[in-house]
Design a binder for this molecule. Sequence first.
Ligand code: OGA
Ligand code: NI
Length: 339
Amino acid sequence: MEAKVISGGTRFTSLPRSYVRPESERPRLFEVSAFEHVPIIDLGCNDRSRVVRQVGDACRVYGFFQVINHGVSTEAVERMQEVAAEFFRLPEEEKMKLYSEDPTKTMRLSTSFNVKKEKVHNWRDYLRLHCHPLEKYMEEWPANPPTFKEFVSNYCREVRRLGYRLEELISESLGLEKDAVRNILGEQGQHMAVNFYPPCPEPELTYGLPGHTDPNALTILLQDLHVAGLQVLKDGKWVAIDPHPNAFVINIGDQLQALSNGRYKSVWHRAIVNADKPRMSIASFLCPSDDALISSPVSLLDNGCGPTYRDFTYAEYYKKFWSRNLDQEHCLELFKNQA
Ligand code: OGA
Ligand code: NI
């Protein structure tokens, strides 16, 4: 189905039909309440065992949490946000030079989710970049705005350090050596999605991103400070995660669910849109290396019935993920061992 960017600058007065969800799939925004007790973990806290415990609890119960005092500088965050906003303000012709619907491309501007596979589109444009190793990928990044490469690469470096720290905490919270998770994930890739959700004439009828889990290991999400839109599924209900100043939202991806033998949850989440304001979110994804074998350490197979999932390489998983539509069953279900 034909689609192209919606951040072209003209404001839509009605929602094009190709974005309208069937009645049963709509977001039912009137039923969504704010999530009052989102775990907020202070990474600046000196009591490491306390932080490890908090991380473990959050991963087990919710599959996500927020972090503050995370070590990513305010300057890096602000510059990233500024240059990303500036990018989406570029003229449509300029942006369209980067447009592609091919998910195997390492740098592209695209729209919705997987335009070639989906039946209904989503109210989102996104710039997707590979970010590691930086020297390899920066070359192909947008040359406009002129500060783009400098600001984004800085941000990527700082976020990667945070990701490693979180993986160590996650490792320890599983009772493993602090390097164990990183060792399994191999030389990790890093991708970024700069998501832009323009004001939407009929937010009740569509999504920015429909409910999904992230296929990677760990996601570090920078929410728009002024416009809410992220919701997570908790006890069967969608709840809104309002932005918290100076915080990142961290969510467990499918690979950490598999590696932890299902102890930690790759949380279902979605982005909804609103009628008045554009919203931008910046997601950084840490991904296992293509040849990493995703397999639970023996110490986590203590449930008496062996591993929940069969071993697989990340390359195999990723291919399967992009061959599907986003809002289908959990991709991990396809890798489950028979009970
Ligand atoms: C994503 C995502 C949520 C948001 O990019 O995978 O879930 O708030 N984004 O934009
Ligand atoms: Ni996501």
